[in-house]
Design a protein around this ligand. Structure first.
Ligand SMILES: NC(=O)c1ccc[n+]([C@@H]2O[C@H](COP(=O)([O-])OP(=O)(O)OC[C@H]3O[C@@H](n4cnc5c(N)ncnc54)[C@H](OP(=O)(O)O)[C@@H]3O)[C@@H](O)[C@H]2O)c1
Length: 238
């Protein structure tokens, strides 16, 4: 894209907590912003009225996504596994199918997603995930394996993707750009806590960071003790 044109980004899942932070960061950068959210959630974006375009609808509706991503240089997608309806994979597929070729695509998920199987999880993490996956599906509230499928499709695509894997999250003032590493279990990530506002910051920064194309960074707050202890490599692996 030329430097004389304002960057246009679509935020899929704009009305959620992460989504609203991303809207704010994108507007702060002077980007033109289009947001997608469920019709009933449009009022959650009232604070941004007049500063962004809202396309109401289900994020896994290909027609909604086609309209929303038209002409966008980047698409930030919140992947959520709600319900038993292939919501996350449907959302990812719609974005992969309809974003313009060459657009930067940045997806959010959690540490439980693994790209190459080299992540090392604690027994506690694995057990908790299994319980959520089984119980969530049983009561038809959450479909963790569909978020896994969504990311599998992203990893296999020939788009310019990044999958940002969030640690546990907390609210609070920004502490700056999180640090990242390629594998859960790497010492720098031991703190397992990121401010949600900074998760959003990392997502928006990834739009213009070509070093993150085809990476699945696992992120953590830059002020967590382990991140501070590894300040020799504060901005990523190596
Ligand atoms: N929560 C965590 O501790 C955590 C940890 C690591 C990574 N992550 C990742 O961070 C991202 C954001 O997670 P978050 O917890 O912070 O959530 P969030 O930003 O509040 O986003 C939740 C999203 O899910 C939508 N949603 C809620 N219920 C829904 C339903 N029944 N059907 C369809 N959509 C529904 C919301 O839309 P409406 O506004 O329309 O309700 C919103 O877009 C996700 O990719 C998640 O995997 C979260």
């Amino acid at each position: 894209m030329g430097t004389d044109r304002v960057m246009k980004v679509c935020i899929v899942g704009a009305s959620g907590k992460l989504g609203q932070y991303m809207v704010r960061h994108a507007l702060d950068r002077g980007y033109e912003v289009v947001g997608v959210c469920r019709e009933r959630s449009v009022p959650k974006l009232a604070a941004f009225e007049g500063r962004m375009t809202v396309v109401p609808g289900a994020t896994n509706d290909p027609e909604v996504i086609r309209r929303a991503v038209a002409g966008c240089d980047g698409v930030l997608t919140v992947l959520v596994p709600w319900g038993v309806q292939q919501y996350a994979s449907g959302t990812a597929q719609a974005v992969l199918d309809h974003a313009r070729p060459g657009a930067r695509l940045v997806f959010s998920c959690g540490w439980h997603i693994t790209r190459d199987g080299k992540d090392r999880y604690s027994w506690l993490f694995t057990t908790a995930l299994r319980i959520v996956a089984v119980l969530g599906k049983l009561v038809r509230a959450v479909e963790i394996d569909d978020q896994v499928e969504a990311c599998r499709r992203v990893f296999a695509s020939d788009t310019r993707w990044t999958v940002v894997r969030g640690s546990d999250l907390e609210e609070g003032e920004s502490q700056g750009l999180p640090v990242w590493s390629r594998h859960v279990g790497d010492p720098v990530l031991a703190g397992n806590l990121t401010r949600r506002v900074d998760f959003a910051l990392f997502m928006v920064e990834a739009l213009t960071d070509d070093a993150l194309v085809h990476e699945a960074p696992a992120i953590v707050g830059r002020l967590t003790p382990a991140a501070l202890a590894h300040t020799a490599a504060p901005d990523g692996p190596g």
